[in-house]
Ligand binder design. Structure first.
Ligand SMILES: [Fe+2]
Length: 210
């Protein structure tokens, strides 16, 4: 719970420590059991929690939903919301991998190909491997239109990433300059330049105080 009783200027300064690993990613699902089938029976993740709530988090809106969590071997989760009373089929149109996908790691190329055969056998079209230079990946869609990637690191993975990392800021700077004109043609310039926003103009009246 945030300390809302003490005025901000009287609270002790807190030194920020690094944010750690990913805890979970969350998507909408059409149906909890259909989603369980894919992530547990096909991909082999553990169903870690199936929590039922009757109110939207942070808002005083009554709505029953399930929050499902599947655990990966490193302790992180892929999560889903099943919200029966506002679900619509159009929410599950398969999205391009550029827009959204999630990738999980396997240990070898042999394993990657074995997983592709298994997933196809289970009736989910799976293709690849695609060689990305530093990783190789196979791709499929889950029943909710979320693209799922399984990937294996190349032997030179660490060296390739180290080289890339050393140049990343310079490459990004060049990219931003080179693509600015086309972005301005396609997007709102003010939104492109937006960074922090004036919080006094943000309406948070629908959110509960935490
Ligand atoms: Fe990817």
């Amino acid at each position: 719970m945030a300390d809302t009783a003490t005025p901000a200027q009287d609270r002790p300064a807190v030194t920020l420590k690094p944010v750690h690993n990913m805890h979970h990613t969350a998507f909408r699902c059409r149906d909890a059991e259909q989603t369980r089938w894919f992530y547990e029976d096909v991909l082999g993740f553990k169903l870690a929690a199936a929590m039922v709530f009757d109110e939207e988090p942070g808002r005083s809106v009554k709505r029953e939903y399930m929050h499902l969590f599947f655990q990966t071997t490193d302790g992180n989760f892929i999560a889903f919301f099943d919200v029966p009373d506002d679900v619509e089929e159009k929410m599950f149109i398969a999205r391009h991998g550029f827009d959204q996908h999630i990738a999980f790691e396997v240990e070898s190329m042999e394993q990657l190909k074995a997983w592709r055969r298994h997933i196809n056998k289970m009736g989910r079209p799976c293709f690849g491997p695609i060689d990305h230079g530093f990783i190789q990946s196979i791709y499929m869609y889950d029943p909710n239109g979320v693209q799922v990637e399984l990937t294996v690191k190349e032997p030179r993975y660490e060296a390739i990433l180290a080289e890339d990392s050393a140049n990343a800021h310079a490459v990004l700077k060049d990219w931003t300059a080179r693509t600015r004109a086309v972005k301005e043609q396609r997007l709102n310039k003010d939104m492109l330049d937006q960074r922090g926003i004036d919080m006094s103009k943000v309406d948070i009246s629908g959110l509960k105080k935490a």
